[in-house]
Write a protein that binds this ligand. Sequence first.
Ligand SMILES: Nc1ncnc2c1ncn2[C@@H]1O[C@H](COP(=O)(O)OP(=O)(O)OP(=O)(O)O)[C@@H](O)[C@H]1O
Length: 289
Amino acid sequence: MANLFEIQDLSVTFRKDHQTIHAVDHVSFNIPKGQTVGVVGESGSGKTTTGRAIANIGPITAGTVRYNGTDITSFSRAQVRDFRSKVQMVFQDPFAALNPRQKVGAIISEGLENFHIATGQQRQARVEALLEEVGLPATSLNRFPHEFSGGQRQRIGIARALAVQPQFLVLDEPISALDVSIQAQIVNLLHDIQQRQQLTYLFIAHDLSMVRHISDQVIVMYQGRVMESGPTDLVYQHPLHPYTQALLSAVPHADPHFEHQKQIQYYHQQEATGRLIEREPAHFVLTAS
Ligand SMILES: Nc1ncnc2c1ncn2[C@@H]1O[C@H](COP(=O)(O)OP(=O)(O)OP(=O)(O)O)[C@@H](O)[C@H]1O
């Protein structure tokens, strides 16, 4: 299957208080067209920085991000503009991401105006179709974001992202702020839309259970590095890295020093499968998020 993105040795560093933060540290993976790659890891592991670099809205310190084979840092102005419409982001907090003073119709049609997609009457029809696509009544366009529930607001955020007919969505913790009962609805919606529109997703979450049902591949990050990656079922059923095992076991505070036996077993499994990217098992402490 062709890759929409190829990420190779991506590193992003920040300077803060005279210190260098290695937010993303030599990360490599591919995003095949039409698939979902889940990126999981606790807070501060570099997920958002990775997503922003791929979407070309965050810095890249070293390494390459290729989109349809072209390095995104070598784009011409026309390519940047095309990429801006093809790649959209959906954020964790739908309320913060929506302008409270704008009606839903204006929020969704902003991208249509920016990219000169549809005019006048056509634009209204397109907004109504987008609302329908995300399961909201067409009359929603005359209402303000605060009149909607959290789940409905995330639907509006998704409709806004879809307005410019993207190929790829970076979904940055899109369900983390929602009630558990609503989370599955939004995941199902995203899955249905992906099938209908043949979209490709990067789905960022701190919790493995959230990405399980939608991801084809999973990348587990810790302190900017990929600890483990592979097909979702394999990673869930046979997690090799102790960090993944700890994330899966849902223990909020893991023992920072693994047992010796577990470490040996981990090395043997790594040799047998060649699946892990990370060579040295870093010591870790899981923090409650
Ligand atoms: N603009 C910035 N300036 C300085 N440091 C930053 C900046 N953006 C991110 N960082 C740091 O980079 C590291 C990775 O942050 P990032 O937001 O990518 O992690 P994350 O896994 O997405 O976490 P969260 O789930 O909390 O968003 C953190 O230590 C963070 O403090």
